[in-house]
Structures are given as C-alpha cells and as structure tokens.
Ligand binder design. Sequence first.
Ligand code: SAH
Length: 214
Amino acid sequence: MKEVKYKGLCTKLIEELKSKGIQDSKVLEAISNTPRHLLFDPVFRDKFAYQDIAFPIGENQTISQPYTVAFQTELLKINRASKVLEIGTGSGYQTAVLCYMGAKVLSIERHKSLFQSAKLFLSQNNYRAQLFFGDGFLGKKVFAPFDGIIVTCGAPYIPEALKSQLKIGGRLVIPVGEGDVQQMKLITRLNNKEYEETSYGDFKFVPMLKNLNN
Ligand code: SAH
C-alpha cells in the first residue's frame, strides 16, 4: 500500500500525464499503482519520485521519465494475454508497470548491479518478471515470438533480431538515434517478411550499448 503522501503526489503526476496527451486508462492506472518512490534513495524520494523527470539510478543510467514510460506502454497496446520483452531493465520501473498490466514480462539488462537491484525490487514487491543479464541487441530467441518488444535505451539502429522475434501483428517500440535525441518508432510485423514503421517524435534516452567498458 502506498503511503498517503505519495498517493497525493502520484495523483498530480497522473493529471500531468493526461494533460500531456496520455489517454489509455489502463496505462494511467498502472502508473498510479506502481510505487516509483521505492526506487529512489530516501533523500530524494519526497522531492523527485513523482515528478515527471528521468533520474539517476547509478552506472550512469536513469529511471525513465513517467511520460516516456506511459507513451511507450500506450504504443505497445498490451493486454493480460501479451508476452512482452523489455530491453534495458534499469531500475525495474517500466518492468513493474508492464507486470501491473498483467503481461508476461521478460527483461534484459547489461549492467550486473542494475540487474541485481531490479531483481530485488521486483521480487520484494511481487512483480513476476523474468530478468536476464545480457545483451539486448540479441533479444531472447528461445522465448520468442513476442506480442510486444519495448526498448528503453536509445538504439543506434533497429536490430534485425528484435524484428524477427515479433509475432505477426506484434509491435516493437524503439527509440532510434545516436545523438542526444532519438525518434520514437513503432514497428508492426505485418507478415513473415513485411513490417510497417511509424514515427512518433523526439525523446531522450541513455544509449543502447553493445559491450561493457567497465
Ligand atoms: N526501463 C528502465 C530504463 C533504464 S535506462 C527504467 O524504467 O528504469 C536504460 C537501460 O538500458 C540502462 O539500465 C542500460 O544499462 C540498459 N541498456 C543499454 N544497452 C543495453 C543492451 N544492449 N542490452 C540490455 N540493456 C541495455
């Protein structure tokens, strides 16, 4: 149960997300029931947990901005029967939102420390996602095909492996671009060979990287 103080702050955040154009009531419900404050150090919790901003989580990475999480989740169009693959577990916030929506969620993270802390957060709060430590460029072929794939880091290009792991009709939501700004793209698989691509404007993400330098 969320403390009353955080419920109030979260209600304001939901109003802000609506005013920015988020309409899917299931997505808004998931965000209002996901305890984002638990992912913040107590020092920053009251001030920042329910602001619509990204925030550092260590390893030079950030917990995604709630608007971005809402926007990408809305584009995925998932339901309780969906199997979803997330690339970039990070804090586990987006993972928790997807779990709340009833999807079967698999998520990959390339930083060991973030993989471990997200695993702890999710299991302690009864979110049943399957987490993997590894390289998201490869997807998770043994568990494919997926109804949805969501990439939460800025990809230099659209990895073929991810496209090929979509079901027919499946949706890949991926921010693409190598600089400071990425274009949000939705790739829908039409049949075995064909995909449709739609762009949804500019967003800012930490980069999707292949090899760890540390
Ligand atoms: N969904 C996260 C966002 C975290 S930021 C959240 O809600 O908190 C993006 C994450 O993608 C970072 O944790 C980063 O380490 C991870 N990442 C970057 N490149 C990756 C790759 N190739 N495979 C898996 N994870 C990757």
